[in-house]
Design a protein. Structure first.
Length: 224
């Protein structure tokens, strides 16, 4: 369970990115964060990942106040998260398999275990035939699928995806959304930011942000 309680975020220069935001996301939900550019969507995701801290208010993850996590708390939190964030693209000088193995290597898993899990993750995203390719030889949609494989290789409880369909055509975007939905169906919580309204009917819930405030929210009648 992820719970924002009256969270505000002001960046240096007095930029109010979030204002008094309150909502919660239950385990296994698929939630879209919608809203125009600059609404605060990335800031919300970065807070859940422990990259940014609230200026005021409380963010609880599984009942724990993330502002109070110590130096070892953030890496521990990140192990439970799969991140698809802007600016964290694939390493261009490594092939697809090495890119997907990386999160496991970083946390000290053996190369053999990392390879086995990375192969399984690529298989799930239907990308195993590109394991030896380098990222620049892939289409945008294929690169996004590899980034999802990299995000799920650690078997996270929660996937955070910031604009995972940006720059993709509709067919590739649907493949990416379908892949995320498949993880949600297997019990993983997915929080996806998008300013592309065409995918919102795939969500259990949509939370609309504008200028740092929650302006609207709805829950699907078929929500799990
Ligand atoms: N590190 C930062 N320092 C200062 N201001 C920031 C920083 N990050 C974001 N902002 C500002 O905070 C506001 C919210 O930005 P944020 O990136 O969260 O919005 P967004 O909804 O994700 O937008 P986009 O869809 O364009 O990615 C914007 O006004 C942005 O310029």
């Amino acid at each position: 369970m992820i719970e924002f309680q009256n969270v505000s975020k002001t960046y240096a220069g007095d930029i109010a990115a979030l204002r008094d935001v309150s909502f919660s996301v239950g385990d296994g939900e698929l939630v879209f964060l919608a809203g125009p550019s600059g609404a605060g969507k990335s800031t919300l995701l970065k807070m859940i990942a422990g990259i940014e801290k609230p200026s005021s208010g409380v963010l609880l993850i599984n009942g724990q106040d993330i502002s109070k996590l110590g130096a070892s708390g953030i890496p521990y939190l990140r192990r439970k998260l799969g991140l698809i964030l802007q600016g964290q693209g694939l390493l261009l000088d490594r092939d697809v398999l090495s890119n997907v193995m990386l999160p496991m290597i970083v946390i000290g898993e053996s190369t053999d275990d990392a390879r086995t899990r990375a192969i399984a993750a690529l298989e799930r995203l239907n990308m195993l035939d590109k394991a030896d390719a380098y990222p620049l030889a892939l289409s945008g949609g294929e690169q996004q699928r590899v980034m999802i494989a990299r995000a799920i290789v650690n078997r996270p409880q929660v996937i955070l995806a910031d604009e995972p369909t940006a720059y993709l055509d509709r067919d590739n975007a649907m493949i990416v959304i379908e892949a995320l939905r498949a993880f949600q169906r297997s019990g993983v919580t997915c929080i996806i930011s998008s300013h592309d309204e065409q995918f919102l009917d795939q969500a259990n819930r949509v939370i609309y942000l504008n200028k740092g405030e929650v302006t609207d929210a709805w829950t699907s009648a078929n929500a799990a």
